[in-house]
Write a protein that binds this ligand. Sequence first.
Ligand code: F0G
Length: 448
Amino acid sequence: MRKTIIEPFKIKVTEPLVLKSREEREEILKKADYNLFLVKSEDVTFDFLTDSGTTAMSANQWAAMMVADESYAGSRSFHRFKSKVTEITSYDHVIPTHQGRASERLLFGVLLRPGMKVPSNNHFDTTRANIEFLGAQAVDLVIPEGKIPDHEHPFKGNIDLSRLESFCREFKDKIPLGMLTITNNTGGGQPVSLENIREAARIYHKHGIPFILDACRFAENAWFIKTRENAHSNSSIKAIVSEIFSLADGCLMSAKKDGMVNIGGFIALKDSTWVQDLRNQLILTEGFPTYGGLAARDLEALAVGLDEAMDEDYLRYRIATSSYMGRRLNEMGIPTVRPAGGHAVYIDAEKFLPHIPKAQFPGQALAAELYLQDGVRTCEIGSVMFKEAASMELVRMAFPRRVYTQSHFDYILEGFQDIKERSRELRGFRIKEAPPFLRHFTVKFERF
Ligand code: F0G
């Protein structure tokens, strides 16, 4: 086995990296009141804020965009997109949307009423918010191992089947749909095993509950099934993906992740029961059913991207990068959620910076230092974001797809070594000004 990770592509179009001095970044960060969301991207060297919508598209995707048919109704591009989604998922009913949360709002708007409950392993923030907005309850039933950052488990995204069984038995009349998020972003980008998906499907169906996947990282999840679940090591990714989808009744998709595009999403369903209501709602706020708030060129790029996300050379490289980052950080003594997730590595800032109390935001301290050190932008997921409800103080490094190279990652690791050596000198922050909700986007800090 070769040790060096290579990108399984060559580069046709480049964009310069922004290289600034630490002094310049000190100035920039101070002006942004130490909030990385308020820093301009032109002042960021390595942007690890999210893997969503930040993918570099391939030559084939750009080529497909050029031949898009921008007709208002019945566009050829829609049919190409729809056939691709049906081929991959086996679902006949495909509704395009502008992104994942639009799919959530539409489906939940049709299905949920106050007092209803929606179980999942973990709901992503926007999924939870869309459920709660309708007066229903989003219930997280991930396995206990999924909540312990340094507990190694191959499928930390699994749902707790015995809790799911008793939850469904007790509340089945109040559960219009059951979900699973693959991979489990909220729990650290952790995968769900095929066996767990199959058992969850069995439980939902036994109680007459439709099963809908939040499938935005379906290809990364399939790679983990192939490499960690013995029964599937000889299956192709495409075969695993079709088995995953065949177990559910439909999916919600943010195509900004494993759709390999910068914007887009869809709802795909096996059965036609909800489709008319969904299309009526779609026309009200998103657009006509053959474009759903997207340009036809977006649909073309997505049709190509869905296949590229399942390419095994690509997936091998993609997951090798996040595992490499996690392993090298751990070797340096920097604690992370283990194992590394598919799209991201989550650093445990509370453990890494034990001299900074929770009230002084250790995650924010590390995120600010990563920016000052090498212009790396990350995202605090801890007390800044969730206030007192935060159970961990994490910093997420989410990796855009096909954007940064192995030498970039090695360079960033050198910077981490430097931070590690002077970690005792890092200081916490105090909040100067904060809005009442979603405060992480606009909060202003000052240094202790
Ligand atoms: N579901 C999951 C699991 C997600 O990770 C996201 C977005 C969504 C739904 C919503 O999709 O952004 O297209 O509306 N996650 C991004 C992130 C924002 O940074 O993790 P969207």
